[in-house]
Design a protein around this ligand. Structure first.
Ligand code: GLN
Length: 283
């Protein structure tokens, strides 16, 4: 069977299962099985799959039919132009989070030439902390998570991306075990209200770690805790940056003001005009 036909048959099954990106997914999974770029699939139409390749492709397509995210099936996801290893132990890094990284890098440049100290709370795959470590020259990042399994993934990513010397990992649910003061505290805390978890798409709800998504009753439980705890871990002039969704941005901003610990509170928007980050500066 020609590769084109293999793709067509898989895409048809995916489409029937309600997957809108059926052709793309069929191609991405096939390229992954063959260990090639997608362009290979069309430049080598006569390539014949071995029995093992057929079997592995079938398995991945079947898992995709159950709406398992592509990133878990291929075991990686791109974030800020780097490839992060991901699996079901960690949240898949989202492009939205690049807005937080962009803001953090621009604030970081304002502190140079000092050696920056940064905390990434709830590091997951390590996306935020590792990107900061890789993009900045003089920096030390402390990345925390309350999942030991997530820390394994993050450590491996730090190793693979060559920043192991600039980053340390800590199993911790908050900041209480951390001493010293930092220039930046960054976090993409879970922010789906508990009651809305059931409405998430199946691929998210059934496959991504619940603890990386559940933001408590109103979705701001973790933000609230970090607004309080960060005050004593930031140096004067340091910033706390929290990722938010449009619905909770106002509430998070209000809690930041009400805490009395921050002299400047800003809501940053993404390129779609949606509130994406609340940034607050310690006074
Ligand atoms: N910091 C990680 C990310 O942004 C994980 C966040 C989380 O698990 N809520 O992708």
């Amino acid at each position: 069977m020609q590769l084109r036909e293999v793709i067509r048959l898989a895409a048809q099954r995916l489409r029937e299962a309600g997957i809108f990106t059926s052709v793309l997914d069929a191609e991405v999974l096939l390229a992954h099985v063959l260990g090639v770029q997608r362009t290979f699939l069309y430049s080598h139409p006569d390539y014949r799959l071995t029995e093992e390749e057929k079997w592995r492709y079938e398995e991945l397509v079947n898992r995709r039919l159950g709406h398992e995210p592509i990133a878990y099936l291929v075991g990686e996801k791109e974030f800020w132009s780097r490839t992060f290893k991901v699996d079901g132990r960690v949240l898949i890094p989202r492009p939205e989070t690049e807005r937080l990284v962009e803001a953090a890098l621009s604030l970081a440049r304002g502190f140079s030439p000092q050696r920056l100290k940064i905390i990434d709370v709830g590091t997951g795959s390590g996306a935020i902390g590792i990107t900061m470590a890789a993009e900045l020259e003089k920096v030390w990042v402390l990345a925390t998570d309350l999942s030991p399994e997530a820390l394994c993934v993050a450590r491996e990513n730090a190793q693979r991306l060559g920043v192991r010397e600039k980053i340390d990992f800590l199993l911790s649910s908050g900041l209480s075990a951390i001493s010293g003061v930092f220039h930046l505290i960054l976090s993409n805390p879970p922010y789906i209200p508990t009651g809305e978890l059931a409405n998430l798409p199946a691929g998210v709800r059934n496959y991504e770690p619940l603890m990386a998504l559940d933001g408590g009753e109103d979705g701001v439980k973790l933000h609230e805790a970090l607004i309080v705890e960060s005050a004593s871990r930031l140096m004067v002039g340091g910033w706390l940056l929290l990722e938010v969704g449009e619905k909770i941005a106002g509430l998070v901003g209000k809690k930041a003001w009400d805490s009395g610990n921050y002299g400047e509170v800003k809501v940053l928007h993404d390129y779609l005009g949606e509130a994406r980050v609340v940034a607050m500066r310690k006074v």
